[in-house]
Structures are given as C-alpha cells and as structure tokens.
Design a protein around this ligand. Structure first.
Ligand SMILES: C[S@@+](CC[C@H](N)C(=O)[O-])C[C@H]1O[C@@H](n2cnc3c(N)ncnc32)[C@H](O)[C@@H]1O
Length: 386
C-alpha cells in the first residue's frame, strides 16, 4: 500500500477511535495525543494527523454521517495546506469546491440564544476559521525579534491596534526560536492581550491574579506593572500550570511576580480570569463546539459566581476587580456580573475602553468578538470597590 493510502487508512482508524467521544468529551485532544503515542508517530505525522483531526472537529456535522471515503475527501478538502498535509490533500481532496452545506451547520444550535452578535456573517465566518498565532513582545528590542523571524522565513504582521502584538501563521514553530527561548516573546492571543489594554490607564500597585493558570495574562500584567514598581501575586488551584508559569517567569526575567498557593490580604487590583466553557476559543479548540451543552454552561456559571464572590473579598476599598472569560455565553458573562453587582452593592461598574475602536465603555463591560482583532472571543468586566 502506498504511504499516502496508508495515511488515509490510519486516519480512518483514528476517526473510529474518536467517534464515540466527539459529542461528549471536551478532552478529545488528549485522546488524539494518546493515539499518536501508541502509533509512535514521528513529528511530521503528528502534525499531519493533528491537522486532520482538528479539521474533522471543525466540520463535524459535514462528516459524521458520511461514508469513510467521503469523510476523508471532505477533511482533505478543508484541511490547512502545510508541507506536512500537502501530499494528503493532493491525493484525497476532490476537485470540486462546492460548499457542503451552510456555515450555520458548523455552530451549535444553542449559540444564538447565548450570543446573537457572533452569528452575524462577518463574526461567524471568522469564528469558523482557524486562528492565527499571536505573540506578545516582551522586549523593547523589536528589531532583534523581527530579524530572527525574517531569517527563519516566518512571516509576521504587527497589530496596528495593540502594541507589541504580532500575527504569525497558525503553524509557526515559534518555541524553537532564540527569541522565545530567551523570553523576548510569549505566545498570547491578541484578544487575551487586549483585556488589560481595555483599562483606561495602565495598571499600577499590587495585583492578585486569582486564576493565573500557566500565566498568559499574569506575565503581561507583571510586564505592564514593572515600570511603576507594581507587583503580581499569581494563584491557581492547580499546581502544575503554576510550575509552568514559574518557568515562563524565569524565561522572561520578571522579578515583580510571586506564585502563591494560598491567598491572603487585600490588593489594589484583582483579576479573576475565571474557568469557563471556552466557547470563545473554538477557532483553536473546535471540539468544544460539540461538547459544550447548556448544562455545562450552567455549571460553569455557578463556579464563576462562587469564584468572583470569593476573590472580590481581596479587593481593597478603592481597588479594581476585573472579571474575564474566554466564553461567548451571556450566562457566563453579563449574567454573572449582573448577579454579582446585585449581591455586592459595594462594587460599581468601572469604565473600560474598547481596544479596537477606542470607544468609551462606561458600563465597564467589553465583549470582544473574533472579527474585531482576528482573535479568540473574550469578555471582560471592570468593577470598582467603593
Ligand atoms: C481561564 S483559565 C486561566 C487562564 C490564565 N489566566 C491565562 O491567562 O492563561 C482558568 C483557571 O482557573 C483555575 N481555577 C479553577 N478553579 C479555581 C479555584 N477555585 N481557585 C483558583 N483558580 C481556579 C483553573 O485551574 C484555570 O487555570
């Protein structure tokens, strides 16, 4: 059997393994990783099957009832063309470019009741596209980064709206660069970068990042606080991402950041980047389109309300509470903030600025949709403790 035909057969084997789980298990990428390990896939094959699996999740309703032959053909037709996928696409994709169905098929039915703004065609079409890779410069020497990327033939495009955010093609292998290894750049979606830029003035003072995870926003916050002598205490319930955060901190050479397994005292700023359904990240994690249910949204909301109430106790009088999610769902965003404000009269909305349009947002809420910055979708609310 030719190498390409064998890849087609193996891909169908992978599909058979994933099929029972693709409408239930948000952890599908772990199943994909296990399969790749079991099949001792080399790095090129790993990149090929990853792209094919993610394409399958992206267009799931168009392939799940298709015959094996049609399934492979449709996935090949929609996969991103890279040096690793080109031969597979050449062999299996059909010549026809007719759309298989309307784009609405590729979003879950419940979405319109949670977010009507994202289903208008410009937003919807961006939401259905694969996301670019965004980096954040952590150095004043942009020339050094530009020179290395140019030498490596990695195209880049600095954002006109968010300083230090550069757009790269999705498959760019950035972690192997000197700039990454020396902490001159970090991978961070521009939507995530935009959150802190939506505060009307740069943050100052002592901050708590209560749900820091591996520290995407923590590192940015520490970088923004550094000139004024401000500090960040990073906390998370999971120790593993905090260890990764410490590795990233070392790479970035940031000294105004402390990782803490417990939280005590009051802070001038508290960021609650809450766990959520991740519906804003479907461009990167398309499997979540099919595993997020209204029941999961409700469970996420309950947890968000608890965390916001709990960490709000650490905001000093006059301080700022920032609530954020990477969710598109009203129930995880506006509804959480409205309930919080009703139950906590000491907090009032604090104004924000739209990072793309520059528009003032006096109600202190920003729902950043994917087409505005070519980003993931984010929600942020700023609340002032009176
Ligand atoms: C959206 S992620 C954070 C992403 C991170 N801030 C970033 O910018 O990369 C939400 C985080 O909340 C954490 N989390 C969940 N329950 C928590 C709790 N009770 N206390 C603190 N953190 C919690 C999760 O472990 C997860 O890392």
């Amino acid at each position: 059997m030719s190498r390409i035909k064998n890849q087609g057969r193996l891909f169908l084997e992978l599909i058979d393994e994933l099929r029972p789980h693709w409408r239930k298990d948000p952890g599908l990428p772990n199943r994909l990783s296990d399969w790749l390990v079991r099949h001792r896939a080399g790095s090129r094959d790993r990149r090929l099957y990853r792209e094919l699996a993610y394409t399958a999740w992206r267009i799931l309703p168009w392939i799940e009832d298709a015959s094996p032959e049609t399934l492979v053909q449709r996935v090949a037709q929609h996969a991103n063309r890279t040096p690793d996928t080109a031969a597979f696409i050449e062999h299996f994709a059909s010549a026809t470019t007719e759309p298989i169905g309307p784009p609405e098929d590729l979003l879950p039915d419940w979405l319109s009741s949670q977010n009507s703004a994202v289903i208008v065609p410009t937003q919807r079409d961006t939401l259905l596209q694969r996301a670019p890779l965004w980096i954040r410069l952590q150095t004043d020497d942009a020339n050094a980064v530009a020179t290395e990327l140019t030498e490596l033939q990695i195209p880049f495009e600095p954002s006109a709206l968010i300083e230090g955010a550069w757009k790269l093609p999705p498959e760019s292998r950035i972690t192997q660069t000197h700039a990454f290894q020396k902490g001159l750049i970090e991978v961070q979606d521009i939507g995530s970068q935009a959150l802190l830029h939506s505060l009307p003035t740069p943050p100052t003072g002592n901050w708590l990042d209560a749900c820091a995870g591996a520290g995407g926003k923590t590192l940015q916050l520490a970088t923004l606080l550094h000139p004024s002598g401000g500090t960040v205490t990073a906390h998370d319930i999971r120790p593993k991402p905090l260890r990764e955060l410490q590795t990233r901190q070392k790479r970035a050479g940031l000294t105004n950041l402390t990782v803490s397994r417990s939280v005590a005292g009051k802070f001038g700023g508290v960021l609650v980047d809450a766990p959520c359904t991740g519906s804003g990240t479907w461009r990167r994690s398309p499997q979540l389109k099919w595993t997020t249910t209204t029941a999961r949204i409700q469970r996420a909301q309950e947890q968000q309300m608890l965390l916001l109430a709990r960490f709000s106790q650490h905001v000093e009088v006059g301080g700022l509470l920032v609530y954020a999610t990477c969710s598109l769902c009203h129930d995880e965003n506006e509804a959480v903030v409205e309930t919080f404000l009703r139950d906590h009269p000491a907090f009032r909305p604090a104004p924000l600025i739209h990072p793309a349009s520059g528009q003032n947002l006096p109600a202190g809420r920003l729902a950043l949709l994917p087409a505005e910055l070519d980003s993931d979708a984010y929600f942020v609310a700023a609340l002032h403790r009176t």
